[in-house]
Design a protein around this ligand. Structure first.
Ligand SMILES: [Zn+2]
Length: 292
């Protein structure tokens, strides 16, 4: 088992302050802590060199963002006040940049934390950052204010940035979860994202395209961006058919004045039969899609 090559120093914790090995458990996650003080990595490390302390962490990130090793990843630190969690976690102490209040940390510290977590995940075969599962924090395991309001508010951001560093393949595992929560911009413009969301909601093929639409409606409807316009389309769009059924329009799979008016009626906007850029009816449609 290796340690991170991102470290700039090692301050080995006193042997009273950690256990050798991990009691047969595997590294499954990281646990985030704050130092409850503005400290360098060295100052934090020296605290854990006191044999009476009965506390340690695997890594510390000092106030300038420097990363130091205190306890080898192969060993169990005493950080989470929870034995099982200590055995499964690589624990990280982060310096604050101010004491008290929300216990903020600097962007340098936050960036070092994200880099370090991504590195730990890569070397230990953890494929995805998941809030509360692979990325955990001290107060999940014991009654403590650690790691403070600020770091707790940044967990979603940390998860997102770590996943970016792990690369796109690691995100595919999350895809089903994110699809459920797929929210689109309510900007009144019917682009690819609106089409994808509508295809998800109406359960038609999800390809982000409204295919085989009649070209004579293109110029009048500048708000229809992800539409494929053809002079004499032989095919039609399944999605448009589904929408026509929903709003009570003639079901032919082609958008046109009649379908747009029926959509405007259904979604309660002005019935002029045109989709402008941006468009009130598209905005209302997007709002409705986000609620489904
Ligand atoms: Zn803590």
């Amino acid at each position: 088992m290796s340690n991170s090559s991102l470290i700039t120093a090692t301050y080995k914790a006193h042997s009273n302050n950690y256990s050798t090995g991990r009691s047969g458990r595997k590294i499954e996650k990281v646990t985030i802590h704050h130092m409850a003080g503005v400290l360098t990595a060295k100052q934090c490390g020296s605290i854990f060199q006191d044999g009476n302390r009965q506390a340690s962490s695997n890594y510390g990130i000092g106030r300038d963002g420097e990363i130091a090793l205190f306890v080898d990843e192969a060993n169990t630190s005493y950080a989470d006040a929870n034995w099982d969690s200590n055995c499964k976690s690589v624990t990280i102490e982060c310096s604050n940049n101010k004491t008290g209040g929300d216990w903020t940390v600097s962007d340098k510290v936050l960036n070092s934390l994200i880099k370090l977590i991504a590195d730990i995940f890569k070397r230990n075969g953890i494929k995805t950052a998941i809030k509360g599962e692979t990325i955990t924090w001290h107060s999940m395991y014991s009654a403590t204010a650690c790691p403070g309001n600020y770091l707790r508010s940044k967990i979603d951001y940390i998860v997102q940035e770590v996943n970016k560093k792990l690369g796109s393949t690691s995100n595919t595992e999350n895809k089903n979860e994110t699809e459920k929560e797929h929210k689109i911009d309510e900007d009144g413009l019917w682009g690819e994202d609106t089409t994808i969301k509508a295809q998800e909601v109406f359960k038609t093929t999800v390809d982000g395209m409204v295919t085989d639409q009649r070209k004579e409606y293109k110029a009048k409807n500048p708000g229809l961006v992800s539409f494929e316009w053809k002079s004499n389309p032989t095919g039609y769009s399944e999605l448009i058919k589904a929408i026509q059924k929903k709003v009570g329009a003639n079901v032919d799979g082609w958008i046109g004045t009649e379908t747009i008016k029926k959509m405007q009626k259904y979604f309660g906007t002005v019935q002029d039969g045109c989709i402008s850029n941006p468009s009130d009816v598209v905005r209302a449609f997007q709002k409705w899609l986000n609620k489904q």
